[in-house]
Design a protein around this ligand. Sequence first.
Ligand SMILES: Nc1ncnc2c1ncn2[C@@H]1O[C@H](COP(=O)(O)OP(=O)(O)OP(=O)(O)O)[C@@H](O)[C@H]1O
Ligand SMILES: [Mg+2]
Length: 441
Amino acid sequence: MRNDLIIGLDIGSSFVRAVAGRQNASGKLEIIASGKANTIGNILQGEIVNIHKTTAAIAEALKKISGALEGKNTDYYFASNLSGSHINVQPYSSTKIRKNPREAVSLQEVYALIDEAKKPIAEKNPCILHTLPIGFKVDNLPTTLDPVGQIGQKIQADFMVVTANPDKYGLLVQCLVAAESDHIKKGNVYFSPIAASTAVLSPEEKEEGVVLVDIGSGTTEISVYQNKRLVQASILNWGGDRLTEDIRIGLNVSLENAEALKTTFGSAVSKLIDINEVVMIPGIAGRKPTPISVKNLAIILEERLKELAAKIVAEISKVGEPQTFKSGIVLCGGGAQLPDIAELFQKVTDLECRIGVPMVVQNSHASEEIHDPSFATAIGLVQVYYEQLDQAIPAEDHEPATIGDSQKESGKGGNDKPGIKNIFSRVVDVLMGSNEAEGEY
Ligand SMILES: Nc1ncnc2c1ncn2[C@@H]1O[C@H](COP(=O)(O)OP(=O)(O)OP(=O)(O)O)[C@@H](O)[C@H]1O
Ligand SMILES: [Mg+2]
């Protein structure tokens, strides 16, 4: 059992969501506090466009949970996320002739290979968020996630490399550092789907093949997993807001009414709606109320979501035959709350589809809404951090996607946790495999 609380900070286009969580006595993740603050207009399509207001929203969300944090002399660490279409996820392969072919492959050798693989990527873009191993191949031996101990002349490593636009990453860091308080400081940044997938996908689903679709307000993140690994990811710069906009135009209503219609009366399957079902929208300044057909509302939503379903199939097809992804599609994010959305995706894609709700224990300070697909990323951030701690190895000279000390305290944090911060980029790589053998890394 681990006692330290970790804070997950999901910075989204509609809300900053903050949760504080820890493992309870039975090893389950317990969320002891949650809070959110609005970011609408200040983060567009996952990218920060107003530094001051985003910083204020982060600070507000943190304030909402800070009352539940015990021990004012304790420093709390946070994990935050980065999203937006500037993020690039690409496969990368590196081969090396081994110096001593008769000696077993060592852990250090594997790390050196990962470091070497990063160099040419870093020359083009130094902002590498993650280097996620897909597999290692020593001579003609089968590809493995754990080559340590194998013998051979040549070793090949395949990775997924996640890079971000350095300026956009810098803006996030700037906001996080500005919003840090005396007790909540020092954090790590993860590619959003890494967090959400940890909260809502099971290891079995990741092994069998699954696609996670996080429908936010300004983005939709599609990430594909196979053999426990992230094998494909892309971020669309539209999400639930596009649906609202379609309703606004299609039904000639205000944006506010379009959002209310979507979230209160929307459905993704129009044939389930009676043709006579009508909602009255109050008229402005004494004008007559306007009748809105609920079936038309559903038709608009269904058409746009069919487009998304086609994109999902296209993403899966980049890495394999869709039908071989036996665990199908899992939906999360606020957009996954639309009634009948799983049925629609299942019908259009012919893949099984379910809604991904984080499975956590809720403490009395946390709100009911943590059991909601829109909390997948915030909760997953806490989980990712914990999994890394569980797999922590002695620190070496790795530069992680870590913020806090370097920007703020010149690396001399008073209450630092030795061996934790400096290993993150490496351990998150290992973590993505969730392979027992990899725990040894
Ligand atoms: N019941 C509902 N039915 C349909 N859509 C909903 C419902 N509830 C919320 N949404 C939509 O979910 C979206 C917000 O999702 P979420 O909170 O996951 O976004 P975000 O994480 O802030 O943004 P992003 O991930 O795009 O940066 C909005 O478009 C909102 O309209
Ligand atoms: Mg989101």
